[in-house]
Design a protein around this ligand. Structure first.
Ligand code: PGA
Length: 252
């Protein structure tokens, strides 16, 4: 059985103290009531080392939201995959649409980031998803396939086992507009079929594919009930422990 995962993406929210408090509150809640899925929180870089000190990563995995496309050296302001790993973090989000759009991260750059992250022993949550214009033009399948081909289908099957895919339609991120469960299932099934074409059925069946984009406690049960939706990547609703727990509980 492939893993069911609910992952939080805090984005550029929470100062250090607020972030520590949120992680502690979530840990208390989940210690009291064990989740039925893997739970991950992806935080700003500066939170990682402090949160790793107290987080029980058997209960909640810790991840970064990005890492550099270079190994080390004179890249002022960048944070390498090795640095992320050295904090105790186990995951990194790569390819989020906000980074593709605002920081001009191309498929080639993302490919480098993925390779470095895997080399350093991190698991990668790799994000893909179409814009509203692309969906209206019926190009969503083409877009997600190209994103996979451009940055992760170069990996060996062994390496690919450390990839979690997050399908996040750009028009649903932070907008309150969720893809319907049917829309999401249709493209998740398509994504799984492209993984099967590249790596075979066994790898495709083991690959977790998360949905992201205005996922909340009220719509998570319907989304997660679909056969090819293995959990969620959660932005806004991961910033309050009770809201995030509400989504985790959709697996109960
Ligand atoms: P949202 O963000 O849940 O706030 O829509 C999801 C994401 O961008 O990962």
């Amino acid at each position: 059985m492939r893993k069911k995962i609910v992952a939080g993406n805090w984005k550029m929210n929470m100062n250090l103290q607020e972030g520590i408090d949120l992680a502690k509150e979530l840990q208390e809640m989940l210690t009291a009531e064990k989740p039925n899925c893997d739970v991950v929180i992806c935080t700003p870089f500066i939170h990682l080392a402090s949160i790793a000190q107290f987080l029980n990563q058997d209960l909640i995995g810790l991840g970064a939201e990005n890492c550099a496309d270079k190994d080390k050296g004179a890249y002022t302001g960048e944070v390498s995959a090795e640095m992320v790993k050295s904090t105790g973090a186990k995951y990194v989000i790569i390819g989020h649409s906000e980074r593709r759009e605002y920081y001009h991260e191309t498929p080639e750059i993302l490919k480098e980031k993925v390779l470095l992250a895997l080399q350093k022993g991190l698991k990668v949550i790799f994000c893909i998803g179409e814009s509203l214009a692309e969906r209206e033009a019926g190009k969503q399948n083409e877009v997600v396939k190209a994103e996979l081909e451009g940055s992760v289908f170069n990996l060996t099957a062994e390496e690919f086992r450390n990839i979690v895919i997050a399908y996040e339609p750009i028009w649903a991120i932070g907008t309150g507009k969720t893809a319907t469960a049917e829309q999401a299932e249709e493209i998740h099934a398509y994504i799984r079929s492209t993984v099967a074409e590249r790596y075979g059925n066994e790898v495709a069946e083991q690959t977790s594919i998360l949905y992201g984009g205005s996922c909340k406690a009220s719509n998570a049960p319907e989304l997660f009930a679909k056969p090819d939706i293995d959990g969620g990547l959660i932005g806004g609703a991961s910033l309050k422990a009770a809201d995030f727990k509400g989504i985790i509980d959709a697996w109960k």
